[in-house]
Design a protein around this ligand. Sequence first.
Ligand SMILES: NC(=O)c1ccc[n+]([C@@H]2O[C@H](COP(=O)([O-])OP(=O)(O)OC[C@H]3O[C@@H](n4cnc5c(N)ncnc54)[C@H](OP(=O)(O)O)[C@@H]3O)[C@@H](O)[C@H]2O)c1
Length: 338
Amino acid sequence: MTTHQDYGLKTPGSEVARAFAERIRGKTILVTGVSPKSIGSATVLNLASQGPGLLILASRTEARLREVAAQIAEKYPDTRVEIVILDLGSQQSVRQAAVDVAALTDKLDILINNAGVMVTSRKATPEGIEQQFGTNHIGPFLFTNLLLPLLRKAAESNPPGATRIVSLSSAGHRLSPIRFSDYNLEGKPVPPEEDHVKPLQGAFAKCAPDGYNGIVAYAQSKTANILFTVYLQKHLTKFGIAAYTLHPGTIQTDLSRDQNDELTAQFYKVAPYWKTPDEGSATTLVAALDPALDDAKGLYLVDCQLAEPAPHTRDSISADRLWKLSEDLVGEKFSLRG
Ligand SMILES: NC(=O)c1ccc[n+]([C@@H]2O[C@H](COP(=O)([O-])OP(=O)(O)OC[C@H]3O[C@@H](n4cnc5c(N)ncnc54)[C@H](OP(=O)(O)O)[C@@H]3O)[C@@H](O)[C@H]2O)c1
């Protein structure tokens, strides 16, 4: 149970940051996917309002990062902000970014894996991984593992569970499990338990001319965010690190930049309420800061409260299998044992 049962759909992130100011003050916090108008920018502005020791903004477009850093400098001139260039769709960039972060700090109290893409046409990462799986899961998988020594260092002096890894998923995860037999969506046969929900509604069912369904690919990647968190919880609690995942709500951001009008109309049909970016940052901030979540009793949050994700994310065998697949795709093993 969270501390504030009264928080919900319309709670502003600014209120959450104020409520948990002690979990921000003096801390080193890294947020990925920061650009104006995004959930990431609302998240970092709210964190900056409560005096973190160091705020690291990591994203792929330097000009956009600098714009948000300038907003923070103007509103909260005492906050130390650093930017790191990170392209989660390139493993080389992820590895360089991890080196750049380690040059800025020897400990990381909170990592917020916020960056993400939603696309409707097929693209691949330089390593040949389908773009949404590569950017939304494989990149954050590698980045998190490379930053783990810094998180473990922070955990040595924080209360158990105050050191956090928060990964933004989406309610869209409900549409697809991990397609282990066809994670690149190449049309290979998949067993029923790996296939997407059928039938998909309206424009969600529309594929690109080559058969690629971007909504299914996005859903798979967002399921991966939850299974990744299942694995992290299972193995990191003993080090005093808690991990949570969440659906931030529906927010008008640049995530829709690749959508056509038909797909946008479909989202308007299914979304109960469109949050402001400030409201859209609230669930992330509860997941990252609420001391009532130190004990890792839940996994997934919606509208600032613990909630139940789809059954296909509650399977520790799939979480182990995804971890192994992810290690294979980055060409490195990460043992969280000792
Ligand atoms: N908006 C919603 O309704 C909604 C709903 C459910 C879940 N989410 C999740 O919320 C998170 C934030 O999304 P948003 O709505 O704020 O979207 P957004 O406005 O498009 O922001 C996404 C951020 O991720 C960055 N990014 C994209 N590709 C990247 C890459 N390869 N490497 C590093 N950074 C990259 C973007 O940078 P550039 O701007 O420089 O490209 C941007 O800063 C995502 O994980 C998304 O899946 C959003």
